[in-house]
Ligand binder design. Structure first.
Ligand SMILES: *[C@@H]1O[C@H](CO)[C@@H](O)[C@H](O)[C@H]1NC(C)=O
Ligand SMILES: *[C@@H]1O[C@H](CO)[C@@H](O)[C@H](O)[C@H]1NC(C)=O
Ligand SMILES: *[C@@H]1O[C@H](CO)[C@@H](O)[C@H](O)[C@H]1NC(C)=O
Ligand SMILES: *[C@@H]1O[C@H](CO)[C@@H](O)[C@H](O)[C@H]1NC(C)=O
Length: 427
């Protein structure tokens, strides 16, 4: 026990002067089948596929199992061999393939050993994976309804900038519309078809002849570009990935303020999708314009440098399905070793929002817009009524004066009738 404790604490120093003190990991699920075929797809019959549409395949399970084994090695100094719920937290989007990917990954990370073995024929143990229904999840699925986001996205999709970008692909979109039997009207539609063709090719299904002139070359750029759309402006980025990046930076802040190791949270894992990876990277200004492959992983690691007794954040990206070292990314205006306070400062706009309030703020704004219009309309009506009244009144007064000529000057001088009386009298 003492030896293993010593080893756990000694290991990071043995590895060098720098070691990861805390890590956040976001990965994409593994190999899956197509989510939905296009209408004219010759491979649209689900029974041609090993599993139902959109589900994780055995290849995908294997990919994540391998990644899990690799993560176990990378974070052996942060995670006890025996599962300790204080040390790790795993969250997945509420989708079969991400939940299953996390399970396969954890099988690789936590093979039961010693007294954790509960069935000698099954060297697997259950590890909790937390999730939130997609419609309630603004953090990882990023699918909770946000009126302000919807409006901002709509504005962007109607912007000159986006329309100009899109017009470059008009011929391609017309071509795809003609052959796929579905209306292809923006980058996301192109990506969808690209993705389907990519998977069919991977599964050795012969692609129809019409694809040869456009797939993959002509479709690749717009498909990769489609991942920029949902975080294309600072507002979109803030409302889309603000909550996740806030959560991640909160974890990093908490970890930087405490001694390392021990019985505390050391690793946080998010199991998600290609668009999660792309959104995070794009919002941080780090997207490489390449479609995130299966099991692509983004790392936020708090690294301790024991020679200077300082800490920095290292963001890296494993843009591959193969087990390779991730590439360290250079944070704009900060570099590969970005001190946490600087990181927080650089991305302040992205992470400082109050998501729910910001999402509803737009309604209030449109609301107050509406109230403003109603106010002026109301004011206009009042002015109109008042003016009409005045005009009418002047006419009545005139008639009254004329009538009074017959009644006599005496009465006229005795009491000048008020407008109400006049009206009443003439009514
Ligand atoms: C799909 O293929 C299966 C097996 O070949 C067949 O029984 C079924 O009728 C097909 N379904 C459709 C919708 O074509
Ligand atoms: C497709 O064919 C290649 C070459 O024969 C093979 O290695 C690969 O496993 C096949 N892919 C699938 C998903 O079966
Ligand atoms: C596709 O093209 C190949 C040769 O380029 C041809 O042999 C084949 O008949 C074509 N298939 C269809 C369905 O037109
Ligand atoms: C990963 O990214 C690097 C740098 O952007 C690039 O050189 C490499 O080709 C990429 N690999 C894959 C598999 O996309």
């Amino acid at each position: 026990m003492l030896l293993s404790t010593l080893l756990v604490f000694a290991l990071p120093f043995v590895l060098g002067e720098e070691y990861v003190k805390f890590a956040v990991v976001i990965y994409r699920h593994g190999d899956r089948t197509i989510v939905q075929p296009y209408p004219t797809d010759p491979w649209r019959n689900e029974s041609l596929w090993p599993v139902k549409f959109g589900e994780l395949t055995n290849i995908g399970k294997k990919q994540h199992y391998e990644l899990g084994k690799w993560l176990r090695k990378r974070y052996s100094h942060l995670l006890s061999e025996k599962y300790n719920p204080s040390e790790i937290y795993i969250r997945s989007t509420d989708v079969d393939r991400t939940l299953m990917s996390a399970q396969a990954n954890l099988a690789g990370m936590y093979p039961p050993k010693g007294d954790s073995v509960w069935d000698t024929d099954l060297l697997w143990q259950p590890i909790p994976i937390h999730t939130v229904p997609e419609k309630d999840d603004e953090v990882l699925a990023m699918k909770k309804h946000c009126p302000a986001y919807k409006k901002a996205l709509d504005d962007y999709m109607h912007s000159k900038e986006y329309k100009e970008k899109l017009s470059k692909y008009q011929d391609l979109m017309d071509y795809l519309t003609a052959y796929t039997g579905t209306k292809v009207r923006d980058l996301i539609n192109i990506e969808y078809i690209y993705n389907t063709l990519y998977i069919e090719e991977l599964y050795n299904f012969t692609l129809p002849n019409w694809t040869h002139t456009v797939y993959p070359d002509k479709m690749l750029e717009p498909a990769a570009d489609s991942f920029r759309v949902s975080t294309a402006t600072p507002t979109l980025a803030r409302l889309k990935v603000g909550p996740l990046l806030k959560q991640i930076t909160d974890y990093l802040v908490a970890a930087s303020d405490r001694p390392e190791g021990g019985d505390q949270l050391n690793v946080v894992v998010y199991s998600a999708h290609d668009d999660t990876i792309a959104c995070v990277l794009n919002a941080l200004g780090l997207y490489n314009d390449a479609l995130p492959p299966y099991t692509a992983t983004v790392f936020f690691e708090l690294v301790h440098d024991s020679t200077t007794n300082s800490e920095f954040v290292q963001i890296s990206y494993r843009n591959s399905t193969d087990i390779v070292e991730p590439l360290t990314l250079h944070v704009p205006y900060c570099g590969a070793r970005c001190p946490l306070p600087r990181l927080l400062q650089l991305y302040h706009d992205l992470i400082s929002g109050h998501w729910q309030k910001d999402c509803d703020a737009q309604i209030l704004k449109t609301g107050s817009h509406f109230f403003g219009m109603a106010f002026f309309l109301g004011l206009g009506i009042i002015v109109l009524v008042y003016t009409a009244h005045k005009v009418y009144f002047a006419q009545v007064a005139k008639r009254f004066r004329l009538a009074n000529q017959y009644v006599g000057v005496k009465q006229d001088s005795k009491q000048t009738p008020g407008p109400a009386e006049v009206t009443e009298q003439t009514a």
